[in-house]
Design a protein around this ligand. Structure first.
Ligand SMILES: NC(=O)c1ccc[n+]([C@@H]2O[C@H](COP(=O)([O-])OP(=O)(O)OC[C@H]3O[C@@H](n4cnc5c(N)ncnc54)[C@H](O)[C@@H]3O)[C@@H](O)[C@H]2O)c1
Ligand SMILES: [Zn+2]
Length: 385
């Protein structure tokens, strides 16, 4: 992470100008600083200049944060250049129907190829608006302004866009890198507490897979972040380092194919728990449970050093995320959701597992480890403890 200059229009008033941190990624940068959203207009107009700007948001985020962004952009580009498209909030609306509604609006308003899409919202808006940008007139530039912690440290990094279908999540989509990501932690003040904690799961994950010091910083700041105390240099720094960890993996995966799998830590079991809970658990909550159980599995397989599972469980608990399966969740339903009931009975389940906090298991360029279904079942039922 390279701290770089100050946002464009810093006044010479007594306060030190807010500096932003910058992470370079696949031809664009992620800029992190509390208050940087006030500069969105000049940043967007300089990284993705266009004739028209279409801000895509959801109803909840729009009611809280659209107006200042629209004004900031309008001051640079003129109000007449701006179109806003708002979708209903929630994962249920990350659909082809909403993709069609937004693209139809852009067509009706006569937006041409010189249109920049601005995604203002959480991962749902980012994925959907990014997919609009990837496909509208075969692709137009876009800028992301993530408004959830999960979107800042995870969804807005890596260029994956897409929508859900009845057959599953994220099944229709495209890679389309944004021109810039503008991450303003001050926007997280309005986020519900449960959603802030949800995003911390991925922050903690980044520490476990790559950087013990990052995990320590996350645990140190967790309480403040959950409480909505998000406007400090320490929080800017934590979010920037979390993005840098994911960015580093994404970048290295271009050469070392398969390394991206380490980002999947906690997700093999986590996704299955999320599905088996019928989405009553948020993604980060399910991943938290997944990380605890995958760390136990790593220890029981002799992959991880003794004490790793306890460290992971301690970290998850300290953030206030769940460590145990919900009591009413059937272990066999979790196994089934892993797709492991039939196909993996012979070959086992592949998981990205830690060796210790800060380091993931790697064998001959492979970043996953096979486990027998019985071993996974044992940790889920508590048999391995
Ligand atoms: N593209 C990727 O690489 C990637 C990676 C991880 C997750 N994702 C996707 O991200 C999505 C989840 O993202 P999410 O957790 O941000 O969910 P989300 O976008 O649904 O946001 C969660 C809720 O918080 C509200 N909200 C957002 N910002 C707010 C704010 N500042 N103040 C108040 N309320 C606010 C939203 O309206 C929504 O109700 C999933 O669809 C997932 O598939 C994508
Ligand atoms: Zn995740």
């Amino acid at each position: 992470v390279t701290p770089t200059g100050a946002p464009s229009d810093t006044s010479a008033a007594g306060d030190a100008p807010p500096r932003w941190r910058e992470i370079a990624l696949l031809g664009y940068t992620v800029r992190v600083a509390r208050g940087i959203a006030a500069d969105a207009g000049s940043i967007i107009a300089s990284v993705a200049p266009a004739h028209r700007y279409a801000i895509v948001s959801d109803e909840t985020v729009a009611s809280l944060h659209l107006e200042p962004i629209r004004r900031a952009l309008g001051a640079t580009t003129g109000d007449e250049a701006i179109i806003t498209a708002t979708i209903p909030a929630g994962e249920h609306h990350k659909t082809r129907e909403q993709w069609a509604a937004v693209t139809d609006l852009l067509l009706a308003r006569g937006c041409g190829r010189d249109t920049t899409i601005v995604a203002l919202g959480g991962g749902v808006v980012g994925d959907l608006a990014g997919f609009v940008a990837a496909t509208y007139l075969r692709g137009v530039p876009w800028v992301q302004i993530p408004t959830t912690l999960l979107a800042m440290v995870d969804a807005s990094v890596g260029g994956k866009t897409g929508v859900d279908t009845a057959a599953g999540k994220n099944l229709v989509g495209a890679f389309h890198q944004p021109a810039c990501v503008i991450a303003d932690p001050a926007l997280l003040r309005t986020l519900p507490e449960r959603q802030r904690r949800n995003g911390l799961a991925e922050v903690v994950k980044h520490g476990i897979i790559a950087d013990r010091a990052h995990l320590e910083a996350a645990l140190h700041l967790a309480q403040a972040i959950v409480a909505g105390d998000v406007q400090s240099d320490d929080v800017d720094s934590l979010i920037a380092s979390s993005i840098a960890i994911k960015a580093d993996v994404v970048r290295r995966d271009e050469r070392e194919s398969g390394m991206r799998k380490v980002l999947n830590f906690g997700h093999t079991i986590g996704h299955a728990v999320e599905t088996a809970s019928a989405y009553s658990l948020l993604h980060g909550e399910a991943v938290a449970i997944g990380m605890v159980h995958e760390a136990r599995l790593a220890e029981s397989l002799g992959v991880a050093d003794a004490g790793t599972a306890a460290a992971v469980e301690g970290a998850v608990a300290r953030v206030g995320l769940p460590t145990a399966l919900p009591l009413d969740l059937d272990v066999e339903a979790v196994i089934a959701a892993m797709g492991a009931d039939k196909k993996a009975r012979r070959s086992g389940i592949e998981l990205a597992l830690p060796v210790r906090v800060g380091e993931m298991a790697e064998r001959a360029g492979e970043w996953s480890v096979p486990a027998a279904v019985g071993d996974v079942r044992a940790v889920l039922t508590g048999g391995a403890r």
